[in-house]
Design a binder for this molecule. Structure first.
Ligand code: C2E
Ligand code: CA
Ligand code: CA
Ligand code: CA
Length: 275
């Protein structure tokens, strides 16, 4: 706010023009970053909740803007979707993820996030097949994480794409389970291999008995359906202990490791060598 004399103040809000310009600039920089492969993947470990062995890694996108610094992935992924850049970005990240995971012990899998715009791109399945073929990456060691907004489009189309992926041998994971409105309905609709219990339930389960009851019920239900459960946001031993004793399949969180660049993954695997 700027003093204008007397007691009046004028609040300066960025004009629509300025906001639109900076958005346009950011999209331009994003396009350039995709072209030059400056958006990279970091990998966060996922641990078997029963044996405490390393099970795999989730690939998480990172972009450090030359002037603005690190941009949160939530933000640049949405921007890429809105600007129609997500298909190209997704293809290049998926190829990078498969190439990286190829050098890991062959019982470790990689889990890659897939956004709505990617799933409905007409070349999506074709590109997945091409990447698997060119990298000779085994589809059984690939997981794709989707969120329930993919069901906003036609049910039949969504079912078709997921089914095609399933037939290729790729596991489909329903991410952010419980965060939306109809998670349970989608479990009936499509045979997911795994659900990822949203971190918000995990965070509240020690202090709130209702959240704890939901976590228990989801794990039991998933068990009956033959669906694995990964709990996100596991930050302390106490959470790990509770989830493990409830029968949770896998856990992921800062207790076990942050997302790390691929160079660091190799040493992480060696330190956590399970044998
Ligand atoms: P997500 O798929 O739910 O990923 C989990 C997020 O939780 C990651 O945030 C991860 O760094 C964070 N996290 C992991 N463990 C803990 C913990 O113990 N405590 C807390 N507080 N947080 C933890 P990140 O990397 O900032 O990613 C945010 C979101 O951006 C992701 O949520 C995902 O929706 C999206 N995203 C990231 N990379 C990609 C990508 O390559 N493609 C697509 N489509 N989306 C992506
Ligand atoms: Ca995810
Ligand atoms: Ca999630
Ligand atoms: Ca999320």
């Amino acid at each position: 706010a700027k003093r204008q004399g007397g007691n009046t103040y004028r609040v300066f809000v960025p004009s629509y023009r300025a906001v639109a310009d900076s958005r346009r600039d950011l999209i331009r920089d994003l396009r350039e970053a995709i072209r030059t492969h400056s958006i990279t993947l970091h990998y966060q470990p996922i641990i078997n909740a029963q044996t405490r062995h390393l099970a795999g890694f989730e690939a998480l996108a990172r972009w450090t803007h030359p002037i603005l610094g690190p941009i949160p992935p939530d933000r640049f992924i949405r921007l890429a979707e809105e600007a129609g850049l997500m298909h190209d970005l997704g293809v290049s990240l998926l190829a990078e993820a498969c190439l990286t995971a190829l050098s890991w012990p062959n019982d470790l899998w990689i889990s890659v996030n897939i956004s709505v715009e990617q799933l409905y791109h007409r070349n999506f399945i074709q590109e997945i097949k091409r990447i698997l073929k060119e990298t000779s990456y085994p589809p059984k060691r690939l997981q794709l994480e989707v969120i329930e907004t993919i069901f906003m489009e036609s049910d039949a189309a969504t079912y078709g794409v997921l089914q095609e992926l399933n037939i290729l041998g790729i596991r489909i994971v329903l991410d952010d389970f419980g965060k939306g409105y109809s998670s349970l309905g989608y479990l009936r609709f499509f045979p997911f291999s795994k659900i990822k219990l949203d971190a918000s339930f995990v965070r509240d389960m020690l202090s709130d008995s209702r959240s704890a009851a939901i976590v228990s019920a989801v794990i039991a239900l998933a068990g009956d359906l033959g669906v694995a459960v990964t709990a996100e946001g596991v930050e302390t031993e106490e959470y790990f202990y509770r989830l493990s004793s409830k029968g949770c399949t896998e856990v992921q969180g800062y207790l076990f490791g942050y997302a790390m660049p691929k160079e660091r993954v190799s040493s992480f695997i060696e330190e956590n060598c399970r044998k």
